[in-house]
Design a protein around this ligand. Structure first.
Ligand SMILES: C[S@@+](CC[C@H](N)C(=O)[O-])C[C@H]1O[C@@H](n2cnc3c(N)ncnc32)[C@H](O)[C@@H]1O
Length: 262
């Protein structure tokens, strides 16, 4: 797909920007969270990460921020949604061969070997992910973290930004976080952010995208969200996956960025 407009006349850049506004309705300080992740990459890699892998990259929000911040970096985004990948590829055309978006399933055997073919000889300095790995079951998450650690060069860093929910052990924090989420959404929708379903209708209306959205629906039909886990679980998963050092670099209520150094 070469053109940037579909039958609705909406450009890929416009849809990407609207994706960002829509996601920011659910993540109170989404840009701050991205900035913290980019700062860590910068600090750990002396400002020049060679290759960065964006797991469950969606339409490329974080991939594009990495490319902007590090002008010599190459980014490989992986996702299993053919519609979001198509949008990412369109929006990423301006970066040429500095970026590639790869269709694979992070729960499937062998995704990391298949990805290695795209990496080439350069070291993978960072594996990043946002608002996504909560879709993996606990066992799948540990396996994905382990695969990410194997992919990373020595001293490379994994950064995972996501909601890690509180449970009955912290009832006040859980209710503050829920009310904070509700207020964030209310304020964002008052400012004109689109609800999730409206955004997807716009995407489907673009030339060639209805089939991709139907394929997406087919692929994800039998995948209910696993039970939510807390930050303690993610930290244990990083340790279990063999990261030499791990911890938290950013937090707002139940929204965290955890890191692991390979
Ligand atoms: C809410 S979106 C986040 C996208 C992007 N990282 C961002 O922050 O805007 C969650 C993404 O996870 C992807 N995803 C969920 N399960 C996946 C899997 N098993 N393999 C690859 N991608 C997956 C979905 O296709 C979707 O693009």
């Amino acid at each position: 797909m070469t053109g940037v407009t579909g039958v609705t006349g909406v450009s890929s850049a416009d849809l990407l920007e609207r994706w960002d506004r829509q996601q920011a309705a659910y993540i109170a300080e989404r840009e701050g969270r991205f900035a913290a992740m980019l700062d860590v990459l910068d600090l750990q890699c002396g400002g020049e990460p060679a290759v960065v892998v964006d797991l469950a990259c969606g339409p490329g929000s974080l991939s594009f921020r990495v490319l902007e911040r590090f002008p010599r970096a190459r980014v490989l985004g992986v996702d299993h949604d053919p519609a979001l990948l198509a949008l990412a590829r369109e929006a990423g055309e301006r970066y040429g061969d500095r970026v590639a978006f790869v269709d694979d399933d992070l729960t499937a055997d062998g995704w990391v070997e298949r990805l290695r073919a795209h990496v080439g000889d350069e070291p993978v300095a960072g594996v990043v992910s946002t608002t996504a790995l909560h879709w993996l079951s606990p066992a799948q998450l540990v396996a994905a973290y382990r695969d990410a650690r194997d992919l990373l060069a020595d001293d490379g860093v994994l950064l995972d930004g996501d909601h890690f929910r509180y449970d009955h052990r912290q009832p006040r924090l859980r209710s503050w976080a829920a009310e904070h989420d509700r207020r964030t959404q209310e304020a964002a929708f008052d400012r004109g952010a689109e609800p999730w379903d409206t955004w997807w209708s716009e995407l489907s209306a673009r030339a060639g995208y209805a089939e991709l959205v139907a394929e997406r629906d087919r692929r994800f039909a039998d995948r209910p969200a696993p039970e939510a886990t807390g930050v303690g679980f993610r930290l244990a998963a990083l340790a279990q996956a063999g990261f030499a050092e791990h911890g938290t670099v950013w937090q707002l209520f139940d929204d965290f960025v955890v890191y692991g150094v390979a």
